[in-house]
Design a binder for this molecule. Structure first.
Ligand code: NAP
Length: 287
């Protein structure tokens, strides 16, 4: 039995869709904190178990009879490491044999502006290792899917306005990560492995602006403002402070080259090239 957490979310939901094409539905369970959100999965025959990373008892119950657990990192930032630790403890108590965890890949993350936030992923990995349970770590690069959040709805008018300098990222599409996870969940040979999951090409924001220029048929400028200018502009646009801080943190980590890594593992796991950023951005902005 496989159990996928975060299955009411985008990555977990996509993993379950791929799994349904590969293995009998009777082998698939999911964790949902709100059963109603997983009603479509239930209709398809998936075993929906209710649990919350904040509640150990609910997790222990949900993980009964599970052999392999896909632990998707939490999107709830209050005591995120504690949430993950509770999930690992519950897995151990329930006799789970293998945990696949989705973290992050970053170079020298400790020196980045988002060290504390990203450190939670590496601390979770350490905790899983200490539990003695067989592991597979998916260290995911930045999702291409979050780029539109940074670019805004109409970059043709606003330009690409982000303080990321000349830093580059090998963006990876969420759907490709999900397919690779489903492949790993249904094949052997991934025990105690750590997989950096990145796209196959590095892109600067100048490159992103150039792709957008091709899509729109006009020049889309790239502006890398200083911190006060960036904060003032986003505040004036009504963006909440927390979101401004998070966006700045990721942009600064990009500027200082913490995401500059290209690794062939995703291509190997997929048996094909990952989707390129050009194609992805065309699907979002080319309509
Ligand atoms: P998502 O769509 O926000 O899904 C997050 C999932 O976590 C949802 O199913 C959510 O349940 C569940 N969850 C949140 N708090 C929980 C709790 N206390 N107990 C149990 N489940 C809980 O995120 P995603 O796009 O699928 O991404 C998966 C994870 O990757 C995120 O959670 C985040 O840690 C990380 N991430 C990475 C990147 C990147 O660029 N690499 C970008 C964004 C996020 P509900 O449906 O009930 O809310």
């Amino acid at each position: 039995m496989l159990l996928v957490t975060g299955a009411t979310g985008q990555l977990g939901g996509a993993v379950v869709s791929f799994l349904l094409k590969k293995i009998p539905v009777s082998e698939i369970a999911v964790l949902a904190r709100d059963a109603a959100k997983a009603s479509k999965l239930k209709e398809q025959g998936v075993d929906v178990r209710v649990g919350d990373y904040h509640n150990s008892e609910s997790l222990e119950k949900a993980f009964q009879g599970v052999d392999t657990l896909l632990l998707i990192s939490s999107s709830d930032f209050s005591d995120r490491l504690g949430q993950h630790k509770r999930a690992v403890d519950a897995a151990k108590k329930a006799g789970v044999k293998h945990i696949i965890y989705t973290g992050v890949t970053m170079k020298n993350y400790q020196k980045s502006a988002i060290a504390e936030f990203m450190g939670q992923h590496f601390a979770t990995e350490d905790y899983i290792k200490e539990s003695g349970i067989t592991y597979t770590f998916f260290r995911n690069g930045l999702y291409a899917d979050v780029l539109p959040m940074f670019l805004g709805q109409d970059p043709a008018t606003t330009g690409v306005f982000i303080p990321a300098g000349e830093g580059k990222v090998a963006y990876v599409v969420r759907e490709d990560i999900a397919e690779a996870l489903a492949n790993v969940l249904t094949t052997a040979g991934h025990e105690n492995k750590t997989y950096p999951i990145t796209g196959s090409t590095l892109y600067s924001y100048a490159d992103v602006a150039s792709i957008l220029s091709d899509i729109y048929g006009k020049t889309v400028p790239y502006i890398s403002p200083d911190q006060p200018t960036f904060f003032a502009a986003l505040k004036a646009a009504g963006v909440p402070d927390m979101y401004i801080g998070v966006t700045y943190g990721f942009a600064d980590a990009t500027k200082h080259h913490h995401f500059e890594e290209v690794d062939p593992t995703l291509e190997k796991l997929l048996g094909r090239k990952p989707l390129s950023l050009d194609v992805y951005l065309k699907s979002v902005y080319g309509k």
